[in-house]
Design a protein around this ligand. Structure first.
Ligand SMILES: *[C@@H]1O[C@H](CO)[C@@H](O)[C@H](O)[C@H]1NC(C)=O
Length: 134
């Protein structure tokens, strides 16, 4: 009996994890878009939680861009040596650059242009959670 209810529970959890309904699309920074000098850490805290399969949209003008940093340390120090470029300075125009956050892990986003990350506050962490309620 115990093993049956246990596997039933696991199936329910998997079904919840796979649920793709109710995914949100969020414009990073809201009406401020992705710009120098706006506090994205603060924005991310106020707009949490994010969920798996949500879409983040970065809207910006050149010369800003969007990188994914590999770990907490590179995020804290704005070290782009092992960062992955997600969107170049042109890709933020018009409807912006959209990225689906589809894994249960921290996503370290930052702009790699000049002082954008270190002084311009253009960085934040998003940890998308599984939706367990739908
Ligand atoms: C940005 O916001 C965070 C969270 O509210 C805060 O801890 C931090 O001090 C702010 N940074 C600056 C430079 O104001």
């Amino acid at each position: 009996m115990a093993s049956i209810s246990c596997s039933t529970f696991i199936l329910l959890v998997i079904a919840s994890l796979l649920a793709v309904t109710q995914a949100n699309t969020v414009v990073v920074g809201g009406s401020e878009n992705w710009r120098y000098g706006f506090n994205y850490t603060d924005w991310a805290i106020k707009n949490s939680p994010f969920y798996i399969h949500d879409t983040l949209v970065f809207k910006y003008e050149s010369p800003h861009n969007v990188y994914l940093l590999p770990n907490l340390w590179s995020y804290l120090t704005c070290d782009f040596s092992k960062a992955k470029l997600l969107a170049n300075p042109k890709q933020g125009r018009k409807d912006g650059f959209a990225v689906v956050i589809n894994q249960w892990r921290p996503y370290y986003f930052a702009s790699g242009q000049g002082d954008d990350c270190k002084i311009g506050m253009m960085k934040f962490v998003a940890v998308p959670w599984p939706r367990l309620t739908h």
